[in-house]
Design a protein around this ligand. Structure first.
Ligand SMILES: [Zn+2]
Length: 108
């Protein structure tokens, strides 16, 4: 629950830390606290044709909206590059990465 939550708000799960406008009735969106993940990534826009390497942080979290669970994966410094996937899609992504890492010999 969150300080902005109305006491007795309808259907707000315990993990929700999203803002709810107290002047509105149920807005149908519940958000978890963002989970920070420090990452190193390759980005376009380096010198000449080369990518550059950047350290950033991803915020990952869960939102329930429109009766669906959404998983967001968003670079802290550029929300426009974020992904918002259904839970099933995120689980497929996890399985795909697991499969790739099992299959590909990374050499170290
Ligand atoms: Zn909520």
């Amino acid at each position: 629950m969150h300080a902005d939550h109305q006491p007795g708000g309808t259907g707000c799960p315990a993990w929700c830390t999203g803002f709810h406008d107290p002047t509105e009735t149920e807005d149908g969106s519940h958000r978890s606290t963002p989970w920070p993940v420090a990452v190193i990534e390759r980005r376009a826009g380096g010198e000449g044709p080369y990518d550059r390497i950047a350290a950033t942080e991803l915020a990952v979290g869960v939102e329930v909206r429109w009766g669906e669970t959404w998983v967001w994966i968003t670079p802290e410094d550029d929300v426009r590059r974020g992904l918002v996937l259904t839970r099933e899609s995120a689980q497929r992504l996890i399985r795909a990465l697991d499969g790739i890492f099992d299959e590909v010999t990374l050499g170290h």
